[in-house]
Design a protein around this ligand. Sequence first.
Ligand code: CA
Length: 230
Amino acid sequence: MSKVLILEDEEDIREFIVINLKRVGYEVLQASSGEEALEIISKKEDINIAVLDVMLPGIDGFEVCKKIRQTNQTLGVIMLTAKTQEMDKINGLTMGADDYVVKPFSPAELVARIDSLNRRVSLLHEGNKDEWISGPFKLDNTARSLFKNDKEIEITEIEYLILKLFIENESKALSREHILDEVWGVNYFGDGKIVDVNIRRIRQKIEDEPSDPKFIKTVWGYGYRWRRGN
Ligand code: CA
């Protein structure tokens, strides 16, 4: 499970972010001051992403970012900036932040940015381990294996390729033809039914209730869409 540290002095905003990240499967640590955030980061080495608010009562978010980068290059850092702080963005990125999100933001936007950075960051971690996280799932692209809540689920090569395509295109509707071309190749002569058969089997393996799927949604008359669930 990926760990995210949230540094934000305003309790309401912090709580709001924490709830939304937990809902999509992140483990969350919290800090209300820059000093506290640095303390946590110095003790815990397995944090993947730090979300740093810029405006803080003590040392500000930029200073925290600068201090982190003096010792840590692999932690993903996202700055939370106010709309009026256009300069802040540039500042933050030159201080070594990887991305920034402008306040006010929607939970979906912040989660999308954290996911995207998390994917990039996890490539740097632990000797180029290529792992993608989506909700309770972890797809290991080196071993071509799937885990749900850290428990391995046996999958075939075709199932792996379908899941990879889905997770790569989270929330996007994919047509049967597109899935067929991407997974089986454009020279495959079968029809879309083979896609349905495989989706049914994957659902049996990954869904709590295959008849009422949470993760692989049917897009009627078109194809399927991956949802990380909540
Ligand atoms: Ca603040």
